[in-house]
Structure formats: C-alpha cells, structure tokens
Design a protein. Structure first.
Length: 320
C-alpha cells in the first residue's frame, strides 16, 4: 500500500544523504556556528538579495513557531491566525503553553484575510482583553492554497498600519515558490517581519531555516533558542542540509519560458563552464557575477543539455 498521507514519510533526498555522509568525519564548531551553517546563510542571503537579515537553523516547525512567537510577544499579547492554522490545530497548544493566546477566524480556503484580521482587532479594544500583536499565515496553507503577492502586500500593509508583526510559516514554502506569480524569497523579506523556510517537508532529513527581517526582533535571539531547548549541539547537520538545498539554484535575470534562459552566475563558475561549453555573457550584475545566455534549438541533443547540467552540478558540489 502506498501512502499519500503526508510529505515527510520518506527520509531525505539522496543528495542530502550523500552530503551528510561525505561530511560525517569532519570536526566542526557546534551550535550553528560551523562552516556549513555559515555557507548556507551566505547562499540564502544572496537569494534574498538582503545581507541584513538574521538566519537561524532549528529542527522542526512547531519548535520554530513556538520559539519565535514566544520570543517576540509580551505576556499580554496574542497572535492572529486562521482557524486552520498549524499553530491553532496541530501543535498541541504549544503557543498557548508559552502564555500567548491564538485568536482565530474561520479560514477561506485555508487563508487569513484582511477583513478577518480587522474584525479581531476591533473585537479586542482595551486592556481587559489580550492585545493582538502578530499575524501568522502559512505559505502554502494547510489546505494547499497559496497567498498571491497582492494578498501578501495587503496583509503587510494592514500589519504596518496597526503595528502588528507579520510572521510567515514556510513549512511548505518550497511548493509555493515553484508556482508562477507567487511571492518570491525577496518578496517575503520585503513584506514580512520574519518567515521560515521548511526543510522537513521539502526534501531534508529534518530542519527549518528561520529568517528574521525586522531589526527590532533580532537582539539576543540565540538566548531564546537556547532557553527553549532548541539549540542543536550538532548544528552542522542542519547547515550541511540547507547548504545543499540552496546550492544548486540560480537567480534569473529575466523569467523565460522559451529556448533562452538567462541565469546569473559567479564569474569563477562561468570561467569553469567555458572550458567545456560556449555561451554568451550578457550583463554585469556586480563585482563577482554576470548574467549569461543559454540557447537551445530544434537540433540540440538532450545529451548536450544533460552534460551541461551534470558539469554544473559537479562544480557546485565541489565548490568549483
């Protein structure tokens, strides 16, 4: 019998397992200060186009939600979510156990809307009730729906107006990012106060990557991680996985659905590829990167494309 129950029944993507085995005998610093966590952070900041974010690696989604929300909110403050939200339904009261109420409204296809948020704010009008201070949404949601960029912007605008934090649960963010016309990594960094990138349900053995954007929420966060029992001594196990997950992706100069693609690559990588392949170098992006153009035709053999992809993967895996 094949199970369609969830997206974490299997262990991990073969490339993740290979990377863990190949680095197993190395001695690394502990608690997320190892070279692999640092390299994964560098790769992610490049994709976010934001060097100012703080990045932390934690083991699971419930742990990430509970540590972040409890660290940000004051004792009398609450978090707003759809009634289907993971923090409301499937975390055994983890948020409430830290002393913070979850305020909900019936979901619309798994989503929370501006109108729902406004109604909760209006309902909690004085100091005799908890104070709504954070909005929690999931991308993608527990019902498989995704927030469009406009929906994200609308919620972010309301949060800014009402002085609420916006936190995005990204346990299945990888699925949402694969869809057209949905918020990108950069969009999430531009419009949320924090979000996380799920690994457990996206091919990793375990692990979530928390990105804190709002400067006022960054100070002493590692103290909160440690106090909540969430600081992994062998943090390199998280770093190795997220480095592998982030390594083989490229920013595109322009979106393309034709026989031309325009990836942005490091100059060193371009030079290595030019030893075996010919292609055009287009625009300079910064001091270390250019956009290149790769073009195929009706006569391009599949073997040539596979050879390019194989060489690219080899260079990335071996750090050039």
């Amino acid at each position: 019998m094949y199970s369609f129950t969830n997206d974490y029944s299997e262990g991990a993507h073969p490339k993740i397992m290979k990377a863990l085995i190949e680095t197993n005998d190395e001695q690394c610093a502990g608690y997320g200060l190892d070279k692999y966590c640092l390299e994964a952070t560098r790769l992610l900041k490049r994709q976010l186009q934001n060097d100012n974010v703080d990045i932390h690696y934690l083991v699971g989604g419930t742990q990430t939600n509970a540590v972040f929300i409890s660290s940000v909110l004051r004792p009398y403050q609450a978090v707003i979510a759809a009634d289907s939200g993971h923090i409301n339904v499937h975390e055994t009261g983890a948020i409430e156990a830290t002393g913070h109420k979850v305020l909900t409204r019936p979901h619309q296809d798994g989503k929370l809307t501006v109108a729902m948020i406004e109604s909760i704010i209006e309902e909690h009008s004085d100091e005799h009730m908890v104070q709504p201070k954070m909005v929690y949404i999931s991308q993608s949601t527990e019902y498989g729906s995704v927030y469009s960029l406009d929906e994200l912007k609308d919620i972010a605008t309301l949060c800014k107006k009402k002085e609420l934090y916006l936190f995005v649960d990204g346990a299945r963010l990888g699925s949402a990012l694969a869809l057209p016309d949905t918020p990108t990594f950069k969009d999430l960094a531009d419009y949320s106060d924090a979000f996380y990138i799920g690994g457990t349900k996206m091919g990793a053995l375990f692990g979530e990557c928390l990105v804190i954007v709002n400067d006022s929420l960054k100070a002493d966060f590692r103290y909160n991680i440690k106090q909540k029992g969430a600081m992994m001594a062998k943090g390199r196990l998280l770093g190795v996985q997220f480095k592998e997950l982030f390594s083989n992706d490229f920013e595109m100069m322009v979106p393309s659905q034709t026989n031309q693609v325009f990836p942005i690559m490091d100059d060193e990588l371009i030079a290595k590829l030019q030893q075996d392949f010919s292609f055009n170098i287009m625009d300079r992006i910064d001091d270390h990167r250019h956009c290149i153009r790769l073009v195929t035709s009706w006569a391009t053999p599949k073997e040539a494309v596979n050879s390019f992809v194989s060489k690219l993967s080899e260079l990335l895996h071996n750090n050039l």
